[in-house]
Design a protein around this ligand. Structure first.
Ligand code: SF4
Length: 262
């Protein structure tokens, strides 16, 4: 017995020549472990800013544009830094600060039957203003999940099922599993019941105008600095609202022809 949490022992065995966890590249070093943003993997350590353990929490709280990251699994962890963890316990602490609870979830996700909570069970536990999410149709749960858990906004690999949607594969996201719906998904579910009751406006736009609308939404989706606050669903530029709207747009007439001729 070494007194280490079992998830840490299992993770140490997986590190090998290096491993990406979330967006962090972790390597064994002579004097412990080196952690840095995956994008900085090829950069010399001397070029990176040393970040001590006490600064990791702040580093993980905000992206490079200074926006708060309500989910640490959002794919906008800052780059340009290195953290030196002196031993396995320090590595564990660093990962807890960067991705709270994720090492234990990763370990639980290795089980033959991971302990996941379905949307239905999650919804049945809600009360107050969230009680209504239990009444969402299967189709609406799928649409909410697609928008909320898209890889452009969350890197956790969803293991719980949402209707007919298959669970995520690690290659499309990361090693960190999502074992149950999160608070952001709960809020989007509540909003979705409202969106669904809204009177539809029949906006008269032509095919080319529709293409422009789609391109504008995709441009915001793909530029984190252009997006609104991640946890504020009143913000029309909220990234999940953008994804929701994209999913609602019909294909522009002739889009298939354009793709074929392009
Ligand atoms: S529910 Fe979706 S958005 Fe929330 S942590 Fe899980 S995968 Fe990410």
């Amino acid at each position: 017995m070494n007194g280490r949490p079992p998830e840490l022992d299992a993770f140490l065995r997986r590190i090998g020549d290096g491993i990406v966890f979330g967006q962090v590249w972790i390597q064994s070093a002579v004097d412990g472990f080196l952690l840095r943003q995956e994008q900085d993997r090829a950069r010399a350590i001397a070029e990176l800013r040393d970040v001590p353990a006490q600064s990791l929490r702040l580093l993980a709280q905000y992206n490079a544009a200074g926006q708060f990251r309500p989910l640490r699994s959002s794919p906008d962890l800052q780059s340009g830094w290195v953290h030196r963890a002196a031993n396995p316990a320090a590595l564990y602490d660093a990962l807890q600060l960067l991705y709270p609870g994720s090492l234990a979830d990763w370990f639980a996700g290795q089980q033959t039957e991971p302990p996941v909570t379905s949307f239905a069970d999650f919804a049945s536990r809600q009360s107050g203003i969230y009680r209504s999410v239990g009444a969402l149709s299967a189709g609406l749960v799928e649409r909410v999940t697609r928008a909320c858990c898209d890889p452009t906004v969350c890197l956790k690999r969803r293991l719980w099922r949402a209707g007919e949607l298959p669970s995520d594969v690690a290659e499309s996201k990361s090693l960190i599993p999502c074992l149950e719906p999160c608070a952001i998904l709960l809020e989007l579910s509540r909003r979705a019941t409202k969106f669904d009751r809204e009177t539809l406006l029949h906006v008269g736009v032509g095919g080319e105008e529709l293409s422009t609308l789609r391109a504008a939404l995709e441009a915001v989706r793909d530029r984190p600095e252009a997006r609104g606050r991640q946890a504020d669903f009143n913000d029309p530029l909220n990234p999940r609202r953008i994804l929701w709207c994209l999913s609602r747009l019909p294909a522009a007439p002739g889009a298939d022809d354009a793709e074929e001729s392009g």
